[in-house]
Design a protein around this ligand. Structure first.
Ligand code: FES
Length: 243
């Protein structure tokens, strides 16, 4: 798998709208089957206006039925949880060679700091970024930027966070490289990655926790939570047994 394939980006879908040209017109009679005396059928002519009305109601019903899966997807936790197939043994994990990482890249990796395999995201910006402060709790965790960079021998624009949404535990994987905002697809939680993953929209109660990085030889490694005490305060992480 190439480095590019490891990167997930935002897929923008454009919805095409099709307008039907319905020209208002005077009511016109529509031919009906011939009715004869004693047939038992009382003939009633259907007007064009009625046909348009029935078609409109049919269209509304069809649209409602089609929207059910979308609605269910919107409210349900991401089925990717807890992680894509394949487990990782506990401990530091190599993410990639520095040669594979270029400014502007977003790389996914799996890690396990003791209890279960999770998904991490590694960003490499072409300028320094804000890191999370130590000592925060979920209650104060929407914006905990302004902390020290505790990564070791890693470029200042490199930062990593755990991709487990602090709202209901989906995987926030939609990355928009133009706005630099990470979106959780379940309920539109928004994280500002250059600013300590501060929550800038949606229901997440706290920032996703930062992961400490180290350069070892030519490789970048994820070595541990930056602040495991912060992780322990996050309800979703506790409830899922992450810590
Ligand atoms: S799980 Fe609800 S916004 Fe992420």
């Amino acid at each position: 798998m190439s480095a590019m394939e490891k990167r997930w980006g935002v897929v923008k879908e454009e919805a095409a709208s099709v307008e039907e040209d319905v020209t208002p017109s005077e009511e016109q009679d529509v031919p009906v089957a011939p009715q004869g005396p004693g047939s038992g059928i009382v003939a009633r002519k259907t007007t064009r206006r009625e046909i348009v009305k029935y078609a409109a109601w049919g269209g509304i019903g069809f649209t409602a039925l089609n929207s059910v899966p979308v609605t269910l997807k919107f409210i349900s936790p991401d089925p990717d949880w807890p992680a894509p197939p394949g487990q990782v043994k506990p401990g530091p994990v190599r993410i990639a060679s520095v040669k594979e990482l270029i400014p502007g890249s977003f790389t996914l990796y799996k890690f396990n700091f003791g209890k279960m395999t999770l998904v991490g995201g590694l960003w490499y910006f072409d300028e320094d970024v804000e890191h999370q402060r130590r000592g925060a709790t979920q209650a104060a965790g929407k914006d905990i930027s302004g902390g020290q960079n505790e990564n070791l021998n890693v470029p200042g624009g490199m930062v990593s966070f755990c991709l487990l949404c602090t709202h209901l535990g989906c995987i926030p994987k939609n990355w928009d490289s133009s706005t630099k905002i990470l979106t959780c697809p379940c309920h539109n939680g928004l994280y500002d990655i250059r600013n300590g993953a501060a929550v800038v929209g949606g229901p997440p109660p706290a920032a996703i926790p930062e992961i400490r990085l180290e350069r070892r030889g030519d490789d970048i490694w994820a070595v541990d939570w930056k602040d495991v005490d912060y992780v322990k305060t996050l309800d979703v992480y506790r409830n899922k047994g992450v810590v």
